[in-house]
Design a protein around this ligand. Structure first.
Ligand code: SF4
Length: 435
């Protein structure tokens, strides 16, 4: 049996429960550093150097993950308003405001215990300017050592040797020496290789899980369900045997559903007949996550591929960490993150998803406060539609600010979008008709 009921009555895959338990262990570890004596490194999901961080026995704290947890628990709204009360503008990314508001209100982890102050801030800058401003705020708050790993943007869609050398030089001359100084642990490149080997095992399995959505019906939802699937590998577990164990179990679970011709498990149980296959661009809304998902599965719509599940690494395009080139591979990982990719690269990738996953349409969820994703989304939408001939749809919400989730508006838009897909199937909608 792979499906079970959680204590809140929501149907969950066994892997979802495993993922929840892993998150719980992560937060317990983080909130017990005073007893364990471990030091803490705050860093972001895109471009996170988890394998390197672990070489120094540092515990990884990811502010976006904290904001997501607060969104799912419906706590972020108050934090966002607290940050605005402190002077942060309405337009600022709500992950940042949730984090700043949480700091002002006791900085409690989901387990109810206070999060520790970081000993070091490690910013791998992979395309989103907000990351830089966010860590400037945290540096003011904590006054701890701050490392900025500058990763050049893939402006013309390629990584040159010079770009790679530039990042490796920073790793050797700034990142590693600072982490040694903060942690008191000497860098051991063989230890890094070991972690990277473990990462590859998990990456292979994750890709097979994501690609299972090419089947009909898709055994997974690659956006809403995908959030659970990426948690361990995008967070504090990449490079650990625990992550490999998780992805082994996940792959088995998904393969069993595929073999039985079943669709994804939704919060209301197994999904009904698959009617619409979508590719989705943009992050989800977390404050009404379950209601949002229901607007899709309630209509028989499954997301077969999404860009959001690539923010912490684009593995389905072939990238794997390479233990034989440990520092170069960390640099290449950072270059490839979705937020560091140019618009033409994003368009190519999304159009490929529409074709390869035999999607019926391409839907954009435009996030009010995420400039990094939203800039260029209309252009992306038009171009993907032109290349694939599949209808494009557009909805708007926000990450963790509940004031910008209008259920009625989104439902109306989705209903007309699904009708448009139906009409297109019957050959009645000219290309360019956007819901
Ligand atoms: S990518 Fe978007 S959501 Fe993430 S930090 Fe940047 S602006 Fe915020």
């Amino acid at each position: 049996m792979t499906q079970t009921q959680s204590d809140t009555g929501v149907a969950k895959d066994r892997s979802m429960l495993m993922q929840k338990a892993m998150m719980g262990r992560h937060y317990d570890r983080l909130t017990s550093v005073q007893e364990s004596g471990a030091k803490v490194c705050s860093t972001f999901v895109p471009g996170n150097l988890n394998e390197l961080v672990m070489c120094f026995d540092l515990v990884n704290n990811l502010p976006e993950t904290n904001a997501i947890q607060n969104g799912l628990r419906k706590k972020s709204g108050n934090f966002v308003m607290e940050a605005e009360r402190l002077g942060h503008s309405e337009d600022v990314c709500t992950y940042v405001k949730s984090d700043i508001g949480m700091l002002a209100k006791g900085n409690l982890a989901p387990n109810g215990k206070p999060l520790p102050d970081p000993d070091v801030l490690l910013l791998s800058y992979t395309g989103c300017f907000t990351f830089m401003k966010w860590f400037e705020l945290l540096r003011d708050q904590y006054g701890c050592p701050t490392i900025m790993l500058h990763v050049p943007y893939q402006g013309d869609g390629r990584v040159t040797d010079n770009m790679r050398d530039y990042v490796v030089k920073q790793l050797k001359e700034e990142v590693i020496p600072t982490l040694e100084r903060v942690s008191g642990v000497k860098f051991d490149i063989d230890r890094l290789r070991e972690y990277l080997r473990e990462s590859v095992a998990a990456e292979d399995k994750l890709v097979r899980v994501l690609e299972s959505a090419k089947h009909r019906p898709s055994p997974i939802d690659a956006y809403f369900g995908g959030i659970y699937y990426i948690g361990p590998i995008f967070g504090a577990f990449r490079g650990t045997p625990e992550a490999t164990e998780f992805y082994t179990a996940l792959e088995q679970e998904v393969e069993a559903r595929r073999a039985a011709g079943q669709g994804p498990i939704t919060p209301d149980g197994p999904m009904g007949p698959e009617r619409y296959r979508l590719v989705v661009e943009g992050p989800p809304n977390y404050t009404s996550f379950r209601d949002f998902w229901k607007m899709f599965y309630g209509e028989g719509a499954v997301v077969v591929a999404s860009s959001y599940t690539k923010v912490g690494g684009v593995y389905d395009m072939g990238f794997r960490h390479d233990p034989d080139r440990p520092l170069e591979t960390l640099a290449e990982y950072c270059f490839g993150c979705y937020t560091n990719r140019s618009l033409p690269q994003r368009i190519k990738m999304l159009a490929r998803y529409v074709e390869e996953y035999q999607a019926d349409g391409f839907l954009t969820n435009s996030i009010k406060s995420c400039n990094s994703f939203s800039a260029g989304q209309l252009l992306i939408m038009r171009e993907v539609e032109r290349r694939t001939g599949k209808p494009a749809g557009f909805i708007e919400s926000d990450l963790v600010d509940p004031r910008y989730f209008s259920a009625a508006n989104i439902r109306n838009r989705l209903e007309s979008y699904f009708q448009m897909i139906e009409q297109k199937r019957r050959g009645r909608v000219p290309a360019g008709g956007v819901a």
